[in-house]
Design a protein around this ligand. Structure first.
Ligand code: APR
Length: 277
């Protein structure tokens, strides 16, 4: 499973490392991946039915309930040995930036502080801005000070504040509304058909441009623009390692590839790359 020690010697002593993670990173914490044939979430649910803005517009309760179900798995999960190994690197003073596609908050719970969440975070809510409605309106939309959404003041509590919003959680029940403007609330995650937040994507590209080692863990590299990040690292001559029981197309191009699980491989790999002094 391990690449040759010589190969790792050539790779070690990274000064600025990016760990790029996908759903496989959290599989051993009990959170299903998306595309694994038997167990993946998309193997028994059509993502267009529950993870798009138009599905939410048409069936808000159904989309809400599906995300509540996923959030229950996330709350029940704990960081695995892979998450902890990444956080420990940071505690050892190694510059590590985590760029994750995951919405489960497990890197942060393990203690990683430099985490770029490309696809948002399931434990945060934001208001549903119905682009079609917002942009069809004659008047320029008013920004709600509570949820930063497009407000319809006359209907709702002008005295509400952000804490009122933050107090609302992704729990079973009817879809809640912003206490400020009344907009429907939705999980703060990136659905299919939605762009990533420009500042988040910029931060990820910057981290890849600056790193001298990128480790891709548990990502199928099937979703853009995230999937381009490890390839950009290769293209600019950065050393790239992949950890995935089902190696992707990246494996034959990168410096080392480990066909194993995140929790099993990462602690040993980091021990080889950054031997305890
Ligand atoms: N350790 C490491 N990798 C694993 C493990 C494990 N224990 N178990 C599975 N994997 C690998 C699989 O082989 C697969 O390549 O993790 C990958 C998971 O791939 P996907 O399910 O496609 O997840 P991901 O790459 O994160 O998907 C990208 O797609 O559905 C959208 O927004 C969603 O962020 C997600 C994006």
């Amino acid at each position: 499973m391990m690449a040759s020690p010589k190969r790792l010697d050539e790779i070690s002593c990274s000064l600025s490392c990016v760990v790029f993670t996908g759903a496989g990173m959290s599989a051993e914490s009990g959170i299903p991946t998306f595309r694994d044939r038997m167990t993946g979430l998309w193997s028994h649910t059509d993502p267009m039915e529950i993870a798009t803005p138009w599905a939410f517009r048409a069936h808000p309760q159904r989309v809400w309930d599906w995300h509540v179900h996923l959030a229950e798995a996330v709350h029940a999960a704990t960081p695995n040995a892979g998450h902890r190994a990444i956080a420990e690197l940071e505690q050892r003073g190694i510059r590590v930036t985590v760029i994750t596609q995951n919405i489960d908050n497990l890197h942060q719970r393990a203690g990683s502080s430099q985490v770029i969440e490309l696809h948002g975070n399931l434990l945060r809510l934001k208001s549903f801005v119905d682009e079609e409605v917002a942009f069809a309106a004659e008047q320029p939309p008013i920004i709600c000070p509570v949820c930063d959404g497009y407000a319809a003041w006359e209907e709702h509590d002008p005295y509400a504040n952000r804490d009122d919003l933050l107090a609302i959680q992704l729990l079973a029940g009817t879809v809640p509304h912003c206490p400020g403007c009344g907009a429907l609330l939705r999980p703060d995650v990136v659905w299919f058909g939605e762009p990533l937040a420009p500042e988040t994507l910029d931060a990820a590209w910057d981290a890849v441009e600056q790193c001298d080692l990128l480790i891709a863990v548990g990502a199928s590299l099937e979703v853009e623009p995230a999937a381009s990040l490890p390839w950009r690292a290769l293209q600019k001559g950065t050393r790239v390692i992949e950890v995935n029981p089902a190696p992707t197309a990246l494996a034959e191009h990168c410096h080392a590839s480990f066909a194993g699980s995140a929790a099993a491989v990462l602690p040993t790999l980091f021990g080889s790359l950054w031997p305890a002094t």
